[in-house]
Design a protein around this ligand. Structure first.
Ligand SMILES: [Zn+2]
Length: 297
């Protein structure tokens, strides 16, 4: 691993979270997108929950942004997961950085499995809702009685619309772009073990259309820090693939290699276009509880 440079957390209102969708690609360097500059890489930030590593700082040129002004973004590798250990609290450290930075718009990209026969390998999905029955145990709220966080509109409709419009410009005709207006539901499991056939049927019976290893803590923590959140993903395993013989790989070969760079380009172009000031309700869906709930006992 490259040596990390410890920085103070900068004030930046935009963040990208990368994952399996760009495995094997230096993001954003290998996307080679005009107007995207790498300001710093291999950056580590100290948080109250430990050191958060593998950050990059990007800058978008004015021709990519809604107001024509350059715009910076924080970018974290692989959802903030440690490289050599399994540690589900990584999302808490990642979002502690985003909270301290004042981030208000977050785009997370990943790959997903389909739990719905109509969603095919190679499709691009922006889900509207999530199922995670235990929520994240790694909250950033200051206690249980100080804030209410709504579960409604967990995905930002404005940012999702922007991401879908960008995706529809570039996504190959062999796949489809499923936008947030379809109301698709993503189930969450932390992984890294892939989903069993019985789990597929269980999550499908609960109403989930796709399954993902990072979305629920990311969506929940975005609500907790008062930021808009949009997940973009493409399908690498189809519903029927979970039931094929054990010797056959679940993940279809070549899908990430064929679509990863394109997905990365969509992530960059969409994030650069997100509004600087909110045009949605998301950031008001965390609200203070009445003081007597924690002051009186
Ligand atoms: Zn929003």
């Amino acid at each position: 691993m490259a040596p990390q440079q410890r920085h103070d957390i900068p004030q930046i209102e935009l963040a990208l979270i990368t994952g399996s969708s760009t495995w094997g690609i230096r993001f954003p360097e290998d996307i080679q997108m005009d107007g995207v500059k790498l300001v710093a890489r291999d950056v580590a930030f100290q948080t109250d929950y430990g050191l958060s590593e593998n950050w990059k700082i990007l800058e978008f040129a004015g021709h990519l942004t809604p107001d024509g002004q350059p715009r910076r973004a924080l970018c974290i590798y692989q959802h903030g997961n440690n490289r050599d250990t399994i540690d589900h609290s990584c999302h808490q450290r990642t979002y502690a950085v985003l909270q301290a930075a004042g981030v208000k718009h977050i785009l997370a990209s990943s790959t997903i499995g389909a739990l719905n026969r109509a969603i095919q390998v190679g499709d691009f999905v922006i889900n509207a809702d999530i199922v995670e029955l235990t929520q994240s145990p790694y909250s950033l709220l200051p206690g249980r009685m100080r804030f209410d966080c709504s579960g409604k509109q967990i995905v930002c409709p404005v940012c999702a619309g922007i991401a879908a419009n960008v995706a529809r410009k570039y996504w190959p005709a062999t796949g489809r772009v499923h936008g947030v207006e379809l109301g698709l539901v993503a189930a969450h499991v932390y992984g890294p073990r892939l989903t069993t056939p019985a789990e597929v049927m269980a999550f499908r019976s609960m109403g989930a259309d796709v399954i993902n290893h990072s979305i629920a803590p990311e969506a929940t923590l975005a609500r907790e820090i008062g930021a808009c959140f949009v997940p973009i993903a493409f399908v690498t395993a189809g519903f029927q693939d979970y039931f094929r013989p054990a010797g056959e790989s679940l993940l279809r070969p070549g899908v990430v290699e064929n679509l990863g760079t394109l997905s990365g380009r969509i992530a960059l172009e969409a994030a650069a276009r997100f509004p600087r000031t909110p045009e949605c309700l998301c950031q008001k869906l965390k609200s203070p509880q009445a003081p007597e709930r924690y002051d009186v006992w």
